[in-house]
Design a protein around this ligand. Structure first.
Ligand SMILES: [Zn+2]
Length: 288
């Protein structure tokens, strides 16, 4: 049985994210530790972290992961923004640690100008500094596969491999594999032989063992579009079959999988996350 959950809002308190996740039937959840459009947020007090942990225990929710803010750009060619991003990422790791999150998912960043290779070198240098400054923490970072919109790095498996290869503390780094992003980046997920080839390529270049999380999203835009637009499961260009293959793959049964599909209520009145989770569970049990 795969471990399934969703990204949840922290509106009203961290424990509220857990309450909501439990209500819709999550096994695991991902949160932002602060508003994603702000550089700074008030500190997390011990009682807030305690209520969050108590809620996790109450509902037996596992794998609470964090996702960093969208302002952070570890690949920025602007020295001031690059430094600000390092400071913000260090702060986010501290917030995640305080809440007891094991991993913080982050995007490699956008190189904006010049060559992609230079951007990757800036990401590597930034991560060296970040991990050096946080060597007393347990929480690690998961670099996410991206759709490669604009100058965003991480749409080639080679980008991830290079970032991982230069991380000074490999035990604190891994990968978050987003199905929408990988597909939009140009790696096909169907038909079956193409799905297998994509995962063979990931194994060869990065290593499947590096995958510590999946983001389960369908894609509004086609394979190779390099546009990042999440669709509900089975309602985009990916379709249902690749999710069935992924959910039934024995190699990924221990890797938590999080929905990041649009929130809201379906025309039939059902919560979208609840619907998508039920659909994923059904796919995980269907005969192929
Ligand atoms: Zn994602």
């Amino acid at each position: 049985m795969p471990i399934l959950g969703a990204h949840m809002s922290i509106a009203g308190g961290y424990e509220k994210a857990v309450d909501r996740a439990a209500q819709i039937g999550c096994d695991c959840l991902q949160i932002f530790t602060k508003p994603t459009t702000q550089w700074h947020a008030p500190p997390i007090y011990p009682d807030q972290a305690c209520r969050f942990q108590q809620a996790l225990q109450k509902y037996q929710l596992r794998h609470p992961y964090g996702h960093d803010s969208y302002l952070v750009n570890l690949a920025s060619p602007k020295k001031s923004l690059w430094k600000k991003s390092i400071d913000a990422f260090v702060e986010e790791l501290h917030r995640a640690e305080r809440l007891g999150l094991r991993w913080l998912v982050f995007h490699p960043g956008a190189y904006v100008e010049g060559a992609a290779a230079e951007g990757i070198q800036r990401v590597i240098a930034a991560l060296k500094e970040v991990f050096h400054q946080t060597e007393d923490l347990k929480v690690g970072g998961l670099v996410e596969t991206t759709a490669g919109q604009g100058t965003m790095l991480g749409h080639c498996f080679e980008h991830l491999a290079e970032i991982l290869a230069h991380c000074p503390t490999p035990e604190r780094m891994g990968v978050c594999f987003d199905t929408c992003h990988v597909f939009a980046a140009g790696y096909p997920l169907w038909p079956r032989h193409a799905w297998e080839h994509t995962f063979q390529e990931f194994e060869r270049i990065v290593g499947l063992g590096q995958i510590r999380a999946f983001h389960l999203n369908d894609s509004v835009r086609p394979c190779g579009s390099r546009v990042d637009r999440h669709a509900h499961i089975g309602q985009g260009e990916v379709g249902l079959a690749p999710f069935r293959w992924l959910l039934q793959d024995p190699r990924f049964q221990h890797v938590p999988m999080y929905l990041e599909t649009p929130k809201g209520v379906r025309p039939d009145g059902q919560d979208w996350d609840q619907y998508n989770l039920a659909l994923l569970r059904q796919l995980s049990e269907e005969n192929m």
